[in-house]
Ligand binder design. Structure first.
Ligand code: C2E
Ligand code: MG
Ligand code: MG
Ligand code: MG
Length: 272
């Protein structure tokens, strides 16, 4: 809103707005440096079956900031999206994840492990999305069927036909797809049925309240039933307590993920 300061001049920005613009510009510059200086790292959080066996991991990005310490995605991803740098960062994540999978595949003890990577909507929207993934797979000699891509419902609803086409091209190579944060978007059944996906991840918000709120419990049951009908595999995210895990297992959820089993950790700290 334009403000007059009483001297015939008009200020279009109030100081707090100006500050946030400065912060944004500063953050973009730092993100550019971070890419060049290789300041991003991946942490890994296990996905376990009902017997507690580790089936694989989800890769979650962190930024080892020279002054601010370890930053979580919530502190920088939105800046990366606004500036378009998410494309470069996302390509780095995919490459790094494929390298890790390739390395695991050379060792008997780890060759069964899968690795999930979160994909941003700007990434899948690009014409070269399939190519970027394919190249990472080929360059690293990564076994494609060990790579899972996690995408959100809202992302899929845009440009649905194109997205389905891209997903199918990658599925032909063996890559699998999960819908992340499921239940928080607006998927209709009809729409879900058309998607060539393999996994549904129940959003953390339902898991965290399911023992106290019967609506959340009902939603969890509904997602499990839906998964069954559509021949998808369900993963519960954000499992923090043994009581939640027991109840999810009772309801038939085959794969669990959350702090109860482990927080996301750097590769050296995984016990594999
Ligand atoms: P997400 O994919 O839904 O990942 C799950 C988030 O929940 C992670 O937060 C994880 O650390 C956290 N979490 C896991 N278990 C628990 C639990 O038991 N309790 C609680 N309270 N939280 C739990 P994180 O690592 O901060 O990531 C947040 C979001 O940032 C991710 O949500 C994903 O959407 C995005 N993200 C992370 N890494 C990447 C990436 O490499 N690329 C892109 N595009 N997005 C990423
Ligand atoms: Mg995810
Ligand atoms: Mg999620
Ligand atoms: Mg999320």
């Amino acid at each position: 809103q334009a403000k007059s300061d009483g001297r015939n001049t008009v200020r279009f920005f109030d100081p707090s707005m100006q500050q946030s613009i400065q912060a944004r510009t500063q953050m973009e510059t730092e993100l550019r440096h971070a890419i060049q200086k290789n300041e991003f790292i991946l942490h890994y959080q296990p996905k376990v079956d009902i017997d507690g066996n580790i089936l694989g991991y989800e890769a979650l990005i962190r930024w080892q900031h020279p002054e601010k310490g370890l930053l979580l995605p919530g502190e920088f991803i939105s800046y990366a999206e606004d500036s378009g740098l998410i494309i470069e960062i996302g390509t780095w994540v995919i490459h790094k994840a494929c390298l890790q999978l390739a390395q695991w595949s050379t060792v008997e003890k780890t060759r069964h492990l899968t690795l999930a990577v979160n994909i941003n909507e700007q990434q899948i929207a690009r014409d070269d999305f399939v190519e970027i993934i394919s190249q990472a797979l080929e360059q690293t000699l990564c076994p494609p069927h060990r790579l899972q891509l996690e995408i959100t419902e809202s992302l899929l609803m845009k440009e649905m036909e194109q997205n389905i086409d891209k997903i199918n091209q990658l599925k032909e190579k063996g890559v699998t797809f999960a819908i992340d944060d499921f239940g928080t978007g607006y998927s209709s059944l009809n729409y879900l049925k058309k998607l060539p996906i393999d996994w549904l991840k129940i959003d953390r918000s339902f898991v965290s309240d399911m023992l106290h709120d019967r609506h959340d419990e009902a939603i969890v049951k509904t997602i499990l039933a839906l998964s069954n009908t559509l021949h998808l595999t369900t993963i519960a995210e954000g499992v923090e307590t043994p009581a939640q895990a027991e109840h999810l297992i009772e309801l038939g959820c085959p794969i669990l993920q959350g702090y109860l089993f482990s927080e996301p950790k750097p590769i050296e700290e995984l016990d594999i």
